[in-house]
Ligand binder design. Structure first.
Ligand SMILES: Cc1cc2nc3c(=O)[nH]c(=O)nc-3n(C[C@H](O)[C@H](O)[C@H](O)COP(=O)(O)OP(=O)(O)OC[C@H]3O[C@@H](n4cnc5c(N)ncnc54)[C@H](O)[C@@H]3O)c2cc1C
Length: 252
């Protein structure tokens, strides 16, 4: 397998609460250093707020996850100071084509006029997005991130939330005026608090294949329904950075 990305390893730094034995208090705590938690933390820090981010992992997201970023997401990345880097590394595209069996049945162009500041869409592997967001975090002195800090309990109180956190150096507590829970789709904290998500879910299985291939095909999104190479299912093709072609096969 050809390697196109080296996952960073972030060190565990013992927090001051472990040495003092006293729970700290913070105006805003964000749980989760994924795209949502990091974006919320950057936005707040840029507005002058002191923010503490806690994440139980020590690297960026593993494997092939989020791929496509639309104009609104690109505007948000610009606001957070990451837009240029993101667009330079990513694969810009405007044209999408849809096929039924072997025939093209539909196509669209998201940027009919050329003078737009940003492309219609940019494809980039999620680990790059997280790396760029983390780089931005480091530039903000009022933003602190603690890796390998696993939030194991949350107690909402009248004016604050109290947290219990497990680390390789031991457990500690802290409280926050505001707690932003960005701990992912399976959200352990939502489960701890007995909360649910309202909305519709789409049950299906997909095989996601990242193929490293230097090829001259256009950077377009291609979507097939019932193609001869995968009958009765759909297939989605996207070009990503580093000549990685992402293919999503619907398995049913
Ligand atoms: C296989 C796969 C394919 C995907 N493909 C796409 C796609 O094509 N397009 C797309 O838009 N999206 C895709 N997604 C979804 C996308 O990855 C998520 O929407 C995105 O990661 C959500 O970001 P987030 O910040 O909300 O959560 P996450 O990225 O899940 O981040 C949550 C963070 O919280 C941390 N955490 C969790 N619990 C705790 C705790 N108790 N204490 C401390 N830290 C904690 C986790 O370690 C993690 O770092 C895919 C996801 C998967 C798994």
């Amino acid at each position: 397998m050809q390697k196109t990305f080296t996952y960073p390893k972030f060190d565990f730094v013992p927090p001051p609460e472990l040495a003092s034995g006293q729970p700290g208090h913070y105006p805003v705590v964000v749980v989760g250093a994924g795209p949502v938690g990091l974006s919320a933390a950057i936005d707040l820090a840029q507005m002058g707020q002191r923010v503490l981010v806690l994440d139980n992992d020590d690297t960026v997201s593993i494997g092939s996850r989020g791929v496509c970023y639309a104009k609104r997401a690109l505007e948000v990345l610009d606001r957070m100071g990451c837009g240029d880097k993101f667009v330079q590394k990513g694969v810009s595209w405007d044209v999408g084509r849809t096929f039924f069996r072997e025939d093209e049945v539909f196509s669209f162009n998201l940027r009919p006029q050329e003078h737009h500041l940003r492309p219609g869409m940019v494809n980039l592997q999620q680990y790059y997005l997280e790396e760029y967001l983390l780089e931005r975090c480091k530039q903000l002195p009022n933003l602190e991130i603690r890796f390998k800090n696993n939030v194991i309990a949350v107690t909402p109180e009248e004016e604050k939330a109290t947290l219990r956190i497990e680390t390789p150096g031991g457990a500690y507590g802290l409280s926050a005026d505001w707690l932003i829970v960005a701990d992912g789709a399976r959200s352990p904290i939502r489960t701890m608090l007995g909360l649910d998500i309202e909305g519709k879910i789409f049950m299906d299985r997909f095989l996601i294949a990242d193929v490293v291939m230097a090829a001259d095909y256009p950077a377009e999104r291609w979507f097939w329904f019932d193609p001869p190479f995968h009958p009765n299912q759909s297939v989605l093709l996207h070009k990503q950075a580093d000549n990685v072609w992402r293919i999503d096969f619907q398995l049913g």
